[in-house]
Ligand binder design. Structure first.
Ligand code: BJW
Ligand code: ZN
Length: 283
């Protein structure tokens, strides 16, 4: 089912959970400790020739940096007995803002020591090489920017900022005191109006920024090649961007070790890890 841009943020009908081609000419092998993945010569050529590229990434692109994914491998993230769909939901902001802060503080602390991997650095290089290149990520970890990507469209916001519940003022959390510092307030209070702040991320049941989504949709609509990398493709409206690209005639390539809810939308799935496959593509 293609979703038109007009109803990008309306509630979708979709499959809730998701669960290499060996062509005549294969010349490139992405080496992994467990398997070799063949990439078709025609795909390598197509990627090389593309002028306008749109990339949608998800948690899997950061997996090789050590960031846990939400789903995949048959499991789903749970925090203190709560499924992440509960703790990362709009309702929790009302119900228990301090618990929401605990969950994001925990994840921010994990991220502080993690570095971009070859998937991030390859995409940053593509951003400098392709004539038109747009990178939209569902990730809140900031690793694409850390790798050098510019103008990243952060569809689900960022873990590195807080946002005021009343006046929308933002505050960076990059240089915040550590968790054990008694000066650290939870929730932090807005320096402009004194109201409580929340993590500047998009939770279940919340709208994405119209501006960010519109820019991503425009790029998806105008690309020759769309890459869908490391996402289970179940969360909308982000997943709908791949459908927009496909509907507008782009060639859609998925990179993921597993099949996903978007695999049938894609023209090709390269089964493997992003950090191993991406550097093998000639741009
Ligand atoms: C590798 C790899 C390697 C591993 N290399 N790959 C019913 C009730 C309520 C809401 C809805 C509903 N039906 C639909 C909705 C809407 C909802 C939605 O889509 N829900 C579906 C799940 C059913 N969407 C929303 O609520 C969105 N807002 C919205 O629709 O607003 C309009 C509206 C609002 C209210 C009423 C009506 C309309 C907002 C969605 C925000 C999602 N936010 C989260 C949390 C962000 C904060 C946080 O981080 O906690 O974003 S959810 C979570 O999922 C996170 C991710 O960005 C997102 C996507 O996950 P992603 O990136 O795909 O990761 P995984 O873990 O799922 O997959 C990892 C993949 O990597 C796997 O495939 C692996 O195989 C692969 N992999 N290693 C490559 N090395
Ligand atoms: Zn404020």
């Amino acid at each position: 089912m293609w979703r038109s841009r007009a109803n990008l943020q309306s509630r979708p009908c979709l499959t809730l959970y998701y669960n290499a081609l060996l062509p005549s000419a294969t010349i490139c092998f992405a080496l992994s400790t467990v398997e070799k993945v063949a990439i078709k010569e025609s795909t390598l050529e197509r990627v090389h020739r593309a002028r306008s590229v749109f990339v949608l990434t998800g948690a899997g692109v950061s997996a090789e940096s050590g960031v846990p994914t939400f789903r995949g491998g048959g499991g789903a993230t749970v925090w203190k007995g709560m499924p992440f769909e509960v703790i990362s939901s709009a309702a929790m902001i009302e119900r228990d803002l301090v618990a929401v802060w605990e969950w994001f503080d925990y994840r921010r602390e994990l991220l502080r020591n993690l570095k971009p991997n070859p998937a991030h650095t390859t995409l940053a290089r593509w951003g400098r090489k392709y004539e038109r290149f747009t990178l939209a990520t569902q990730n809140i970890d900031g690793l694409h920017a850390a790798a050098g990507s510019e103008n990243v469209l952060e569809l689900h916001g960022t873990i590195w900022k807080a946002r005021c519940l009343r006046c929308d003022a933002r505050k960076s959390l990059r240089r915040e005191e550590r968790a054990d510092d008694s000066r650290r307030e939870r929730p932090p209070l807005c320096e402009v109006c004194g109201e409580a702040m929340r993590p500047d991320v998009v939770l279940f049941g919340e709208m994405l920024s119209d501006k960010v989504l519109e820019r991503a949709a425009e790029a998806a609509e105008g690309c020759d090649i769309c890459f869908v990398i490391g996402t289970s493709g179940v969360v909308y409206p982000a997943a709908g961007l791949a459908e927009i690209a496909k509907g507008a005639g782009a060639f859609v390539i998925e990179i993921n070790p597993e099949r996903t809810a978007l695999s049938d939308v894609c023209d090709e799935t390269i089964q493997g890890r992003a950090g191993e496959i991406l550097p093998q593509l000639r741009v």
